[in-house]
Design a protein around this ligand. Structure first.
Ligand SMILES: Cc1ncc(COP(=O)(O)O)c(C=O)c1O
Length: 370
């Protein structure tokens, strides 16, 4: 068995040794010059990954904090909102908006399917009062990536706000914030960025900042205007997760060296390898149309007669391979292999070999020819 587990969940993802070392650095004054240079450096670098000229704010929170921030900084109670949901995280985004008083209409899809831009366009045409659209770029619970560029196009044409959960996509798969006209884009440090949990990143377009001026939902910790004002001074309004900033600084340097296009190509190739590997074992993917198969996480239907819990325990205890189970209504029905951030073909090969070894004992006969 490997010394460190092969952490094949869709976040938190494995953290490279140099990032871990950085995280262990002694504290600095978060109102001092060193931290000011650090936050401005990482915020500037993040723009290159977001493909934006706008500020990228760093919130000390998990991805959900970033989603809450997206909602409360652009909307008011009573605003009508269209929540496109293809899985558990789409439902969560809708629930946040509802919690803060938005009138939410959900555009739901069967789990495993991607949303269709034409449906979004029709919903917006049918209800001119809809002010904003919430969408998950990559639905981690189902392993499906929405056609975000197409969806953005119809939302732009209808002139509404588009709030994007890019928690498990940005930094790993193509996303062009300014080019596609996305209004709010949120991600989290523990996903493609190879950094421990503790930071959410959020970027608001000019339109979103304009909406912010009249947005009345209650906010304090996640007040974007306060975060922007303090970022310009090299600070955060509240005590930040300083250690995670140290790690992010090193991780972004690694990512800059690899280059955006190489990172995207590596994720796409590894995802293909996962899909081909699991199919070769005779297993079935959850994703209905492979064009929308995620490059960061693959959901696999658990074969009849096999218990997800037992399968995961065997993989972890006997091979050091940690995979995720299903969420919500897919609990017990699927398992998921994460492949974002620090991931190599070797990691995937080892995970597939482990699956091939344990599946027959877990109750599944592997396809002939493997
Ligand atoms: C697509 C998506 N959205 C939101 C979240 C929530 O992020 P967190 O668990 O960091 O709050 C996750 C985390 O798995 C995610 O994958």
């Amino acid at each position: 068995m490997r010394q460190t587990p092969n952490l094949r969940i869709p976040g938190p993802t494995p953290v490279p040794a140099d990032v871990l070392e950085a995280v262990a650095r002694p504290m600095v004054d978060h109102r001092g010059r060193e931290f000011a240079a650090l936050i401005q450096r990482v915020a500037e670098r993040l723009k290159e990954f977001y493909l934006t000229k706008e500020d990228v704010l760093l919130l000390s929170a998990s991805g959900t904090g970033g989603l809450e921030s997206a909602v409360v900084n652009t909307l008011s109670p009573g605003d009508r909102v269209l929540a496109v949901s293809i899985g558990a995280f789409g439902d969560r985004f809708a629930a946040i908006a509802e919690t803060f008083g938005a009138e939410v209409t959900v555009l739901p899809y069967e789990w495993g399917q991607a949303a269709r831009a034409e449906d979004v366009g029709k919903a917006l045409a049918d209800d001119p009062a809809l002010k904003a659209v919430l969408v998950t770029h990559n639905e981690t619970s189902t392993g499906v990536t929405n056609p975000l560029e197409e969806i953005a196009k119809v939302v732009r044409e209808a002139d509404r706000l588009l709030l994007v959960d890019a928690v498990s996509s940005l930094g790993a798969v193509p996303l062009d914030t300014d080019g596609w006209g996305l209004d709010v884009v949120v991600t989290g440090s523990q996903k493609g960025w190879m950094v421990p949990p503790g930071l959410a990143f959020i970027c608001l377009s000019e339109r979103a900042w304009k909406a912010n001026e009249s947005a009345r939902m209650p906010r304090f910790y996640f007040d974007a205007a306060k975060h922007r004002e303090l970022l310009h001074k090299g600070q955060t309004p509240w005590t930040p997760t300083v250690s995670v900033f140290f790690g992010l600084d090193v991780a972004l340097e690694r990512m800059a060296v690899e280059g955006l296009e190489s990172i995207h190509a590596r994720h796409a190739a590894i995802a293909r390898m996962v899909r081909e590997g699991v199919r070769a074992l005779g297993l079935e993917l959850l994703v209905a149309d492979e064009r929308y198969a995620s490059s960061t996480v693959t959901a696999i239907r658990c074969p009849e007669g096999v218990e997800v819990k037992a399968l995961r325990a065997m993989l972890e205890d006997e091979h050091g391979v940690v995979v995720a189970g299903g969420q919500g209504k897919l609990a017990g029905k699927i398992f998921r292999i994460g492949h974002l951030g620090l991931v190599s073909e070797d990691d995937i090969r080892q995970a597939l070999d482990a699956l091939a070894e344990v599946l027959p004992r877990a109750g599944f006969t592997i396809a002939v020819g493997r």
